[in-house]
Design a protein around this ligand. Structure first.
Ligand code: I4D
Ligand code: MG
Ligand code: MG
Length: 280
């Protein structure tokens, strides 16, 4: 049966590739670092230019579609997911990596309809890996099918996580205690690529058993969440309930056994939701 969202997905792949070229081109040149929510929440002109490139090109082709873009939200746009077709964009996932030329940087584009992610595209542009997933039709990297790891023993797992961009001491204490719990299980290792989207693609590829983080935003994980689930993985909230992409918390794992084991070790905390009303 023809796929009603195929042309949108094709466009997402094409524009992610174009965006990736822009990111690669700017890697050595763009040193105009600005900050957002904290001194370590970085943004560059390239983040802003790439988001504009993606939004403009989508608007020309699909004028009725809506957008949630990281840099547009930073500039004051609302972050509400409606039932309308919505492009959820992180122009550079891994801006800190980009600024330091640390070689994991992604363009992440999720597309949701009726609040459900229909396709996800993560272009790891320095590795030239194009990760894609279409709901119900599997996940791929450069056209090759992806499958999560079969490991069910947490002691033989690699777990990915990040420290995030908050330096609030209470939040950092929670993060460290969770990390300590997980390290001391013990697990084989803890890793972090510096980007939520690539961490999730590593789970989808079977290279890591799980990824969890508190503090991410919907644009970090919209595309990656579908890539993980279409590769056979599971998504949970850090308290073990259903994942909520607006809640800023996620566990993505190869299977439920690993996901639930990790949940037991996470010291959870709550942050302001992405869709909280704007403060005037
Ligand atoms: O701001 P960008 O788009 O680079 O994304 C974020 C990462 O994806 C997080 O995992 C990570 O922990 C950081 O919070 C980082 O900000
Ligand atoms: Mg991001
Ligand atoms: Mg970003």
């Amino acid at each position: 049966m023809a796929d009603v969202w195929q042309s949108s997905m094709d466009h997402a792949v094409a524009v992610a590739r174009k965006a990736g070229e822009m990111v690669r081109g700017a890697l050595k040149d763009d040193r105009t670092v600005m900050t957002k929510s904290s001194a370590v929440d970085l943004v560059t002109q390239t983040d802003q230019k790439v988001e504009q490139l993606i939004i403009q090109s989508v608007k020309e082709k699909f004028p009725t579609h809506r957008f949630i873009g990281e840099e547009s939200v930073a500039a004051g746009e609302s972050c509400n997911l409606t039932d309308d077709p919505t492009w959820i964009i992180d122009p550079i996932d891994g801006t800190t990596n980009f600024v330091h030329a640390f070689p994991f940087v992604a363009v992440s584009i999720g597309f949701s309809v009726n609040k459900q992610v229909e396709f996800g595209v993560v272009y790891s542009c320095l590795e030239d890996k194009m990760f894609t997933a279409r709901r119900g039709r599997g996940a791929f990297c450069n056209g090759e099918p992806l499958q999560v790891s079969e490991q069910t023993d947490i002691h033989q797992a690699i777990v990915a996580t990040e420290f995030g961009s908050s330096r609030d001491p209470t939040a950092v204490d929670h993060i460290f205690r969770s990390l300590r719990n997980i390290l001391c299980l013990p697990v084989h290792g803890v890793r972090g690529a510096g980007t939520a989207a690539i961490n999730m693609c590593l789970v989808a590829s079977g290279c890591a058993e799980a990824y969890y983080e508190i503090g991410i935003h919907v644009w970090d994980v919209a595309a990656g969440s579908l890539i993980v689930s279409e590769a056979g993985g599971v998504l949970l909230d850090v308290d073990g309930g259903d994942v909520d992409l607006m809640s800023r918390r996620i566990v993505a794992a190869n299977n439920r056994t690993i996901a639930e084991r990790i949940v037991k070790e996470i010291e959870s905390f709550t942050l302001q939701r992405d869709d909280a009303p704007l403060q005037s």
